[in-house]
Write a protein that binds this ligand. Structure first.
Ligand code: BGC
Length: 731
């Protein structure tokens, strides 16, 4: 009796300890992530599961005076929030509430569009690509990740991998340009910079690949339009960077707004499940773009109800509904009547929970509250922003060595010289425009001790007011050289900012014409987010520097180039057309039929004003011949190519070497040439560097057929670097 009693008492104690007192497995930091996910999932109600699949906005906008409050309209069970604050306090307050007041205490993720810096703002992505320096971009993204995570943001919606070939599209500035390989390399660098080896680190954040897929091909460059993409282009151009970044371990991915062949990407099972999950084994979380689930009904009109919109998106493969409210308002009841399978809901919830465990949010839900000076705009961070700006500026023209400047009297003219806003472009997160150094401040800082600097605005970016022209002309007359700071306003590119006319506006062109009558040398400093048409004014200019939207220390970077302290080293990641009528115009078009393979116009030339890869410097780089360790290879071999580049100038400089591959005969029409490798190296004056490219046939000589199968055809291939060529043979 006694024994039985003791046995029962003991079993009761064990039961009490293991089930009632013991920490649930999902709260055990030492358990494996998958076990924690399954344990938590098994404890969740349907409603709790559905709420994990919703993202809400926390706070109102990024206006510093209006950062939002915690109020009752945030459902505490929501999976994630787009968070608008640059301090952790508000996040922690909400997270505390979530953990305390919800049944299972599942902490939320806080996300934000950190696309070129959090508070320290770097050049726009298109400029980053112009730097030709993915290592520097990775370091910069690591800095952005640190500022973000220390401030309470765990997840960014970047990199943007939309291959863009239409400069009328405002979002071209957020891309890495027109080439799929370049987008892949910079995309991977960005993912690595944000995520490092371990996204649970207090200095790393989760990346999000966007917009899957084809948004860059939006028709006519008008935002949110349909994208008409051939299977050939889909596989060989638009999907490529996404595949590279999925392979690099990106944690999340966002669908695109556009449709492909009539199927909106938000509800496109072929791309979101068949390709992304089944072919590529993507194991991260997927999210819709902003309200794009409800847009299936409201705009694209492929469904009649929000319930249908939710069903289509979820079944296609969208795990998280960004801010449309369709999932939260319909999925519970749909699952209850079996209109959506619970297995698919479970699968989506697993993705979200897995992301939270990977980010370490369960084990460390709060962000340590630190002083802003400790985590934002550190000297190290500002220094890297300046370096990236220096490397991303592109010297497009430099007749008679107009630059670097040697004159004693410099006139700075134009609306961009004193405008802080143009330095940041758009999506500048928590950047404060007042932190940005203007171009005039940079120039003054660089030159004032030995040079006389005068300034006249001359005109605004647009409009018809010519009242500033006389002062500008007088200022130019009294100077030895004129630096024209012109281009686009800071908000003329980015989302919903397409432009039909991509010349710089008439008023600025008129001022340039009048200034050219002074016969003073004219240097145009261009600030813009897209390729612009310069054909009319280009002959009047002695030098042109494309500085894009260069970020917080763009002024210093430009001034360094003007003075010669910095040797320009950027190269164009996009083609600059002569006329908007040439669009689309990009270097890697497929071969045409008959005698004019590029397709001619009878009234204007067919070639661009500045081609992809163009960019000058103050050194003179001489290229040797391409050498190879062998000429024949088979598909499992590798072959090493090399080229010597000598700096025969008297300034140290950096050179980007682009390696292109041409397939002279192939079973399908292929591009004239395709970029397969690039590298930037410093070459001291009088010195030489050897650049190499190791060819892997499967990676570098193949193409994809219309069903996404990799095809490798034997025969000759031409490798080219500038005008140097070498034929190799695949057996
Ligand atoms: C954009 C996305 C962005 C999202 C959240 C959308 O309008 O297309 O690129 O990440 O908003 O801000």
């Amino acid at each position: 009796m006694n024994k039985i009693f003791r046995f029962l008492a003991l079993s009761g104690l064990v039961f009490f300890q293991t089930t009632l007192l013991a920490k649930p497995l999902y709260k055990d930091a030492s358990a494996a992530i998958e076990a924690r996910v399954e344990d938590l999932l098994s404890r969740m109600t349907l409603h709790e599961k559905v709420m994990q699949l919703n993202q809400y906005v926390h706070g109102t906008n990024m206006n510093l005076h209006n950062i939002g409050k915690i109020d009752d309209h945030y459902p505490l069970e929501a999976g994630s929030y787009i968070y608008y604050s640059q301090d952790p306090e508000m996040r922690n307050e909400l997270q505390k509430k979530i953990i305390k007041e919800t049944r299972l205490g599942i902490p939320a993720i806080f996300a934000h569009d950190v696309t070129h810096g959090f508070r320290t703002i770097y050049p726009m992505p298109i400029a980053q690509a112009a730097s030709g320096n993915p290592v520097l971009v990775e370091q910069t993204c690591a800095m952005a990740a640190k500022e973000s995570r220390l401030s309470g943001t765990d997840w960014t919606f970047s990199p943007m991998l939309d291959v863009a070939r239409d400069p009328r599209w405002g979002r071209i500035t957020e891309t890495f340009g027109e080439d799929p390989h370049m987008n892949s390399i910079f995309g991977v660098a960005t993912v690595k910079g944000y995520q490092g080896d371990d996204i649970s680190s207090t200095e790393r954040i989760a990346a999000c690949l966007k917009h899957f897929v084809g948004y860059g091909a939006t028709q006519g460059g008008r935002d949110y339009r349909q994208a008409d993409i051939s299977d050939n282009d889909l596989w060989n151009i638009h999907l490529k960077p996404f595949k590279a970044c999925v392979d690099a371990g990106a944690a999340t991915l966002m669908s695109a707004f556009n449709d492909i062949n009539g199927i909106p990407c938000t509800s496109n099972r072929n791309i979101l499940t068949d390709i992304l999950r089944n072919r590529w084994n993507f194991s991260g979380a997927t999210i819709s773009d902003w309200a794009s689930v409800s847009q299936l009904k409201d705009y694209q009109a492929t469904v009649a109800t929000y319930s249908e919109a939710a069903i289509r998106s979820l079944l296609a493969g969208i795990d998280i509904d960004m801010c449309s409210g369709c999932y939260s308002s319909t999925l519970d009841s749909l699952a209850n009547i079996n209109a959506v399978p619970i297995d698919r809901i479970n699968e989506a919830v697993r993705s979200v929970l897995r992301l939270k465990f990977r980010l370490g949010i369960f084990d460390r839900p709060f962000t340590t509250e630190t002083k802003r000076e400790k985590r934002l705009m550190t000297p190290e961070n500002i220094a890297i922003a300046e370096r990236l700006a220096e490397e991303s500026m592109v010297l497009l023209k430099n007749n008679n060595n107009a630059l670097p400047l040697t004159q004693h009297k410099i006139a700075v003219i134009g609306p961009a010289a004193t405008d802080r806003r143009i330095m940041y472009g758009e999506w500048f997160s928590h950047g404060d425009v007042n932190d940005a150094q203007t171009l005039l401040e940079g120039i003054t800082h660089e030159f004032e001790s030995q040079t006389e600097i005068s300034f006249a605005k001359g005109c605004d970016f647009d409009g018809n007011d010519r009242s500033g022209f006389p002062e500008a002309i007088e200022t130019a007359r009294n100077a030895d050289i004129v630096i024209l700071c012109m281009g686009e306003r800071g908000n003329w590119s980015c989302e919903n900012n397409s432009r039909a006319e991509i010349s710089i506006p008439q008023i600025q062109r008129d001022l340039i014409k009048e200034l050219s009558a002074t016969k003073k040398p004219l240097v145009l400093v261009l600030t813009n987010g897209r390729p612009v048409v310069l054909t009319e004014i280009e002959p009047m200019l002695d030098a042109i520097i494309e500085i894009w939207q260069p970020g917080i220390r763009g002024g210093n970077a430009l001034a360094g180039i003007l003075s010669g302290r910095v040797n320009p080293s950027g190269k164009l990641p996009v083609t600059f057309p002569r006329s908007a009528a040439q669009i689309p115009l990009y270097y890697s078009s497929r071969r045409g039929a008959r005698f004019s393979p590029h397709g001619d116009y009878k009234d204007i030339p067919s070639n661009p004003l500045y081609e992809f890869g163009h960019g000058l410097g103050y050194s003179c780089f001489e290229y040797g011949n391409i050498k190879s360790d062998k000429i024949h290879l088979n598909k499992d071999d590798e072959l090493t190519l090399s080229i010597d580049v000598r700096n025969s100038g008297d300034k140290d400089g950096k050179e980007i070497v682009h390696w292109f591959v041409t397939d002279p005969i192939s079973s399908v029409v292929r591009p004239f040439k395709e970029l397969k490798h690039f590298e930037k190296k410093e070459i001291k004056a009088g010195d030489k560097q050897t650049f190499t490219f190791k060819i892997n046939p499967i990676r570098d000589l193949s193409f994809m057929d219309n069903n996404g199968n990799l095809i490798l055809e034997s025969g000759d291939f031409i490798i080219s670097v500038k005008d140097k060529k070498l034929k190799i043979n695949l057996e």
